[in-house]
Design a protein around this ligand. Structure first.
Ligand code: BTN
Length: 242
């Protein structure tokens, strides 16, 4: 069961790094989670730093064995994890949780948290993934464009969040094991930020355009309807403004 084994660390460089280190050292059971109070070198998507040295965040990484998935199905793993996190947040803040493609977690249009998934491919299989999740529990003065559970009027402990998240991840993981991709897709789209809303967007070359997100496809690319028709964008190929 996901989360059945939990290792708590008062301080670590990055919980994702710690899982990778344990993997090098030997056996690590599927579903093991590392929960840390403080990260001294937390990592975000696209090589960004993830500031998490204050002890005011939920910072955890899960080790998941995913060899039953092919690399072409990896996008559904991302979506399933994102849905699990969104549903776990919704257990405390019932309204307004949104997933900003690919997997930022927003509340009231501000970032509550993010997900960093690092995987290992063996032949054509996604052998395993390290799923890192960072959620702002308490208010942080130095992150004015972010939000936290506290900012939303909720005091939530890391353990309370972990317990709910373990269950949501287990449920989504079982969907993956049954290849219930359509169900995962529907839940992802239900939670997707600005689905079918006209918005201003920016291409990688800096040019601006108007378009609507109409889907996120099986490869994980966002599908946008613009005056050019349907366009697909991978990571870093399109920017949204909050
Ligand atoms: C992002 O939005 O850029 C993703 C942030 C992911 C942060 C989490 S905190 C736990 C885990 N350990 C890390 O170093 N990063 C992830």
């Amino acid at each position: 069961m996901i989360g059945a084994e939990c290792i708590f660390l008062p301080e670590v460089d990055s919980t994702n790094n710690y899982v990778a280190k344990l993997l090098l050292e030997g056996e690590l059971r599927h579903g093991t989670v590392i929960l840390a109070d403080i990260q001294t070198a937390g990592r975000g998507q696209r090589g960004n730093v993830w500031q998490s040295g204050s002890g005011k965040q939920f910072t955890a990484s899960y080790f998941l064995q995913t060899a039953f998935l092919s690399v072409h199905q990896a996008a559904y793993l991302n979506k399933a994890v994102a849905v699990a996190v969104a549903e776990a947040v919704s257990a405390f803040i019932p309204n307004g949780v949104r997933l900003k493609w690919p997997n930022d977690v927003l509340v009231s249009n501000k970032k509550l948290g993010g997900i960093l998934i690092e995987g290992n491919v063996k032949a054509t299989c996604l052998e395993y993934v390290i799923v890192g999740i960072g959620i702002n529990l308490e208010h942080e003065d130095h992150l004015p464009s972010s939000t936290s559970f506290e900012d939303q009027g909720m005091m939530v402990s890391a353990y309370a969040f972990l317990e709910v998240l373990n269950g949501k991840l287990q449920f989504q993981f079982e969907l993956l094991q049954r290849f219930a991709f359509q169900e995962i897709q529907e839940s992802y789209l239900l939670n997707l930020w600005r689905l079918n809303e006209l918005q201003s967007l920016e291409r990688a070359d800096g040019s601006l355009f108007y378009g609507k997100i109409i889907d996120v496809d099986s490869e994980g690319s966002v599908v946008i309807e613009s005056e050019k028709g349907e366009e697909r964008f991978g990571l870093q190929e399109v920017r949204f403004s909050y």
